[in-house]
Design a protein around this ligand. Structure first.
Ligand SMILES: Cc1cc2nc3c(=O)[nH]c(=O)nc-3n(C[C@H](O)[C@H](O)[C@H](O)COP(=O)(O)OP(=O)(O)OC[C@H]3O[C@@H](n4cnc5c(N)ncnc54)[C@H](O)[C@@H]3O)c2cc1C
Length: 312
């Protein structure tokens, strides 16, 4: 991180970015995030010691091959709001959205096997009729159901959860490995951030490995965590490890942040693969799709609920 002067310069750069309008960022020349980092006018120790590992973590992209515009937007989000996780786990957000809808609107655990504008075939409930279809899956599932949709390359991510008898002394900070001295890109004592995620009375350490995981995953991660936290990890217990080969759609330059969500009247698609590869991007694309549907149904957004229900 460098000394106080370096930190002040970094703080000033982040404060400037926080107030930069998105339109100005989208008008900047587009290159890879890695190439853009070296032209930010910050000392290399700030770039290599903090910005590079932070962006690697935020984008799940160890090579920083992401479009510099997407990287700047992501860094701007960090500068404006810092880091957070939803209390109770990431399922909390969709649960809150679903709870705001009339009971019975959302059915979960239903596998769609075929879909078109007028009907959806499901494994569990046979065929369901519809007036319009909005497909809100990941990119590969969307292309399986609607052949012809673009499938981007992906950044694989592996997340490991360990429990420990006592918390390492880092508090709720996120540890970034700027030295890339092992497989872990970033790690934190999650029970210090959100105690509701941890097994009762235990410390929960959540760590992320980017790219293809090593064959001896738990052993090499455990050794790396011992070095990062400066404490033995032999008595830590691996609760689970999730690997997702299609975790995050890659966004190399040039990246289209506003891929069409309206394929034709009655057929729509949304998800992170239509916007930026983040929860926020997925939500933006969902809002664009909702506006397109309302437009095709002849309803302006913000109309009374009864009118919306009638149209549905
Ligand atoms: C480990 C990991 C960590 C991440 N960390 C962050 C982070 O810190 N910040 C961030 O902004 N983003 C993060 N992301 C990315 C973020 O989770 C995604 O960008 C976001 O969830 C995409 O939302 P989505 O609605 O497009 O797709 P999804 O969240 O993938 O939702 C698609 C849904 O469609 C369902 N589905 C698929 N096929 C079918 C079918 N045939 N029938 C019925 N349902 C189907 C799936 O079950 C799934 O529920 C992370 C991703 C992973 C994997």
């Amino acid at each position: 991180m460098g000394g106080p002067i370096d930190q002040a310069r970094l703080g000033a750069a982040l404060a400037r970015l926080a107030t930069t309008p998105a339109s100005r960022i989208l008008a900047r020349p587009e290159q890879t995030a890695l190439a853009a980092l070296s032209s930010r006018g910050l000392p290399s120790r700030t770039v290599n010691g903090f910005l590079r590992p932070l962006l690697t973590a935020l984008l799940s992209d160890p090579g920083l091959t992401t479009s510099s515009r997407c990287a700047d937007l992501t860094l701007r989000g960090y500068a404006r709001g810092r880091l957070c996780v939803p209390s109770g786990g990431s399922a909390t957000l969709p649960e809150l959205l679903a709870a705001a809808l009339p009971p019975g609107t959302v059915r979960t655990g239903v596998h769609v096997t075929a879909a078109d504008i007028t009907s959806v075939r499901t494994k569990e409930h046979g065929e369901l009729g519809c007036r319009s279809l909005l497909l809100a899956t990941g990119a590969s599932a969307a292309a399986e159901l609607l052949p012809g949709l673009r499938v981007p390359p992906f950044h694989p991510v592996t997340v490991l959860h360990h429990t420990a008898p006592a918390p390492p002394p880092t508090g709720a900070s996120l540890l970034l490995d700027a030295d890339r001295s092992g497989p872990v890109a970033h790690t934190c004592v999650m029970s210090e951030v959100d105690p509701s995620r941890a097994p009762h009375g235990r410390t929960l350490i959540t760590s992320t490995v980017l790219g293809t995981p090593p064959p001896d995953l738990d052993r090499s991660v455990r050794a790396h965590l011992a070095a990062l936290y400066g404490t033995p990890t032999d008595d830590w217990e691996l609760l689970c490890a999730h690997h997702d080969p299609e975790a995050v759609p890659a966004m190399p330059p040039p990246h289209d942040l506003r891929r069409p969500v309206r394929l034709l009247a009655g057929l729509y698609v949304c998800g992170d693969h239509r916007d930026t590869s983040t929860v926020q991007g997925a939500l933006f694309s969902g809002r664009r799709a909702a506006h397109a549907i309302l437009g095709d149904l002849g309803i302006r957004p913000g109309r009374p609920e009864a009118e919306l229900r009638e149209a549905a």
